[in-house]
Design a protein around this ligand. Structure first.
Ligand code: NAD
Ligand code: DAU
Length: 355
């Protein structure tokens, strides 16, 4: 891993990964290709360690010419692919961008790697960052998802990620491209765009706005601190066996409503207001096709790569809430972004309130 192309490195997980990588690989040059959609921001790349080894390229992973030039001219040996449309609610209201970026974008990168590397795959790696949502939804008594659980995606987002996973695996079987895939559960931590549950709740709460919980709030996600995910991706890309998939998860599975109550309790302590923050909780119309429960069986990555999450949800969540309170410039940049308010209106304006 000397010349590493990271796609989507100005987004939430990608920017945390770039930070991680610059420290983990002291000899590596990092090329960060990002389109800077609403979800990507140069704010996320401020204060990188050893900045001189980070090169930002503003561009689209679907731009074949640009991607091919970059991989050829910079002699890229490793591709770590994060770039995607990532928000389930946006995929429900506008699926086309998900098919374009997540399917065609992944295809463009795979095809470029195959052609530019020209069959000489020694010392090369294509790592694809994917999601647990490809496996569908669990009932309360189902065992956790394993690497052999059949795919059963339910939203345009998860269907587009499933399609991209299939393409990545096909390039291994057909062309021998040395790929690895990680399928991970819900991440939380610093620099997550405030359309996702945790930052949305923190930032709505401190503005005294309603906290919109979908449906009964009894859905379950398997929360993982973002730095732990970065470590898992790094280990899989560096030491994972070509062709293999690794499931990654945190083993933290609260009901959404309990998580939101916990965020409120942390805020009551860190930034007390006149009323407890939990009084802002509002149950609203559910997400269509809302997956009920996710859980990840991480025994393979633990056994083969020695990976385990380092953060539990109690400390990770507290640190995360504190980060959003302590970084008002970042918060202002995200909330002030063109289109943020209209997104809130589009997604939440039509939902009925249940309490
Ligand atoms: P994000 O939405 O925060 O960031 C996505 C980044 O991709 C942004 O910087 C955006 O500008 C960039 N991007 C989008 N379209 C692009 C294009 N056409 N060309 C170049 N760049 C483009 O997403 P995230 O939450 O950081 O997720 C990153 C990856 O991890 C995604 O592939 C997602 O499916 C996967 N994942 C996310 C989670 C999670 O909990 N957030 C969990 C598991 C897997
Ligand atoms: O599981 C991994 C996936 O986690 C990633 O692949 C996705 O990129 C990422 O966005 C995330 O998907 P979710 O749909 O689980 O995340 P989100 O933060 O949107 O929602 C988490 C849960 O909270 C989910 O059950 C829906 C619920 N929710 C979400 C929002 C935004 C609410 O109740 N209210 C809300 O306003």
């Amino acid at each position: 891993m000397n010349k590493i192309l990271v796609t989507g490195g100005a987004g939430f997980i990608g920017s945390n990964f770039v930070r991680y990588l610059l420290q983990a690989e002291p000899g590596a040059q990092v090329f960060n290709l990002d389109l800077l959609t609403y979800a990507g921001s140069l704010e996320n790349l401020k204060g990188l360690p050893d900045e001189a080894r980070h090169n930002f390229i503003h561009g689209d992973i679907c731009d074949t010419g640009l991607v091919a030039r970059l991989v050829r001219e910079q002699q890229i040996d490793t591709i770590i692919h994060f770039a995607a449309e990532s928000h389930v609610d946006r995929s429900i209201l506008g699926p086309a961008a998900f098919v374009q970026t997540n399917v065609m974008g992944t295809f463009t990168l795979l095809e470029t790697a195959r052609q530019v590397w020209g069959g000489d795959f020694h010392g090369r790696r294509f790592h694809h960052v994917s999601t647990d949502e490809v496996f569908g939804s669990l009932s309360p008594s189902d065992p956790a998802f394993s690497e052999t659980t059949p795919y059963d995606p339910r939203s345009p987002y998860s269907a587009s990620k499933a399609a991209s996973d299939h393409l990545v695996r096909a390039y291994f079987h057909t062309y021998g491209l040395p790929i690895t895939i990680t399928n991970c559960s819900n991440n939380y931590g610093p620099r997550q765009f405030p359309e996702k549950l945790i930052p949305l709740m923190v930032l709505n709460a401190v503005q005294g706005k309603a906290l919109p919980v979908y449906g009964d709030g009894r859905q379950i996600r398997d929360w993982l601190y973002v730095e732990d995910h970065c470590e898992a991706i790094y280990l899989a890309a560096r030491h994972g066996k070509p062709g293999e998939t690794y499931n990654v998860g945190g083993g933290n599975q609260p009901h959404n409503i309990d998580l939101v109550n916990e965020i409120c309790a942390i805020l009551d302590e860190l930034r007390p207001a006149a009323q407890p923050y939990a009084t802002l909780i509002q149950h609203v119309t559910d997400r269509p096709g809302h997956d009920r429960r996710y859980a990840m069986d991480i025994s393979k990555i633990r056994a083969e790569l020695g990976w385990l999450p380092r953060h539990d949800i109690e400390t990770g969540l507290r640190e995360t809430v504190a980060w959003y309170l302590e970084n008002p410039a970042w918060v202002q940049a995200m909330l002030g972004q063109d289109g943020y308010d209209s997104w809130l209106e589009k997604n939440y304006g039509q939902r009925e309130k249940a309490n």
